[in-house]
Design a binder for this molecule. Structure first.
Ligand SMILES: C[S@@+](CC[C@H](N)C(=O)[O-])C[C@H]1O[C@@H](n2cnc3c(N)ncnc32)[C@H](O)[C@@H]1O
Length: 278
């Protein structure tokens, strides 16, 4: 839900609740009743607008929590500190809709097995978080090079620290949309469903023909993965895409999964999964 729309819902709910319980009845209702009504109206608005469930919860709890915390003797500096800490961790999550959560050990093992074994590769982790995955990969594959890209300040700092002293890891503070995917042999992403359509188009246009795009959990809409690695119950599914890009006459890039992957029977998942990128 857009931030301005969310604030609008809160504001309108306050106006309705105040008018209903404070300004049109005598004696006016207490603050507690107003807040309960405001929360109910805000939650109902969010439901009516088909907001995701977690937004409904936020609307229900937002004003009651403000009122409750105002009764606690907590110095304002603590709120500021909590805000700064959360902003440093989650940074642009409100816009990107990609929060911080980490690839688990079992999935890291699956990813290691999915990497080409016969040659040294350069892998980029788009949104590398605290960099633990890159450290694990870099220690297991000292022959390969790893780049992590992260835009949130605190995870980026932690990733730099986690990977200090590893000569085959570079951590960049950068927006993933500014990364040229053509520089890498393997592109790894563990993001959310929201950026996947755009990321799929970017990958299709920029990736080297032999490169692999590996997405933890989230698929590229409209394009079937060449291979889904999902044989460990403790691991998240890895969706592996290869691309062979051809320029059409109209300047659009027609992209098909890499033929080499199709020939691999263990990697096959079917036909009809071409993608046209604008
Ligand atoms: C789900 S976490 C994945 C962390 C890590 N790749 C892993 O698998 O353990 C996604 C990360 O992407 C980062 N992120 C989201 N949007 C980004 C962007 N536009 N540019 C760079 N990083 C971004 C978030 O800050 C978050 O740390």
């Amino acid at each position: 839900m857009h931030l301005l729309r969310a604030l609008g819902i809160q504001l309108v709910s306050w106006i309705v609740a105040l008018f209903a319980l404070r300004y049109t009845i005598t004696p006016p209702a207490g603050l507690g009743s107003v807040v309960i009504m405001q929360a109910g109206i805000a939650g109902a608005f969010a439901l009516a607008m088909r907001a995701p469930r977690w937004w409904v919860m936020i609307h229900l709890l937002f004003s009651p929590l403000i009122v409750i915390t105002r009764t606690l003797a907590i110095a304002p500096a603590w709120y500021l500190a909590a805000f700064v800490a959360l902003a440093a961790v989650f940074w642009s999550t409100f816009r990107s809709r990609v929060p911080l959560f980490l690839t688990n050990q079992a999935t890291a093992r699956s990813l290691l097995q999915a990497l080409p074994q016969d040659r040294a590769i350069h892998l980029v982790d788009l949104g590398c978080g605290t960099g633990g995955l890159l450290r694990r990969l870099a220690l297991s594959r000292p022959d390969c090079t790893f780049t992590g890209v992260e835009n949130a300040p605190l995870p980026w700092l932690v990733a730099r620290w986690t990977n200090r002293g590893l000569p085959n890891v570079t951590i960049r503070r950068q927006d993933l949309w500014a990364v040229d995917l053509g520089d890498f042999d393997v592109i790894y992403a563990f993001l959310s469903p929201v950026p996947m359509p755009r990321l799929g188009r970017k990958a299709a246009i920029e990736m080297r023909p032999q490169a692999l795009f590996i997405s933890n959990s989230f698929t590229i809409p409209g394009m079937r993965a060449d291979r889904v690695i999902d044989n460990d119950p403790a691991a998240r599914p890895l969706h592996v895409y290869g691309f062979a890009a051809r320029r059409g006459k109209n300047g659009r890039t027609v992209v098909e999964p890499e033929a080499e992957l199709r020939a691999d029977s263990t990697a096959l998942s079917g036909d009809g999964h071409g993608l046209i990128a604008e």
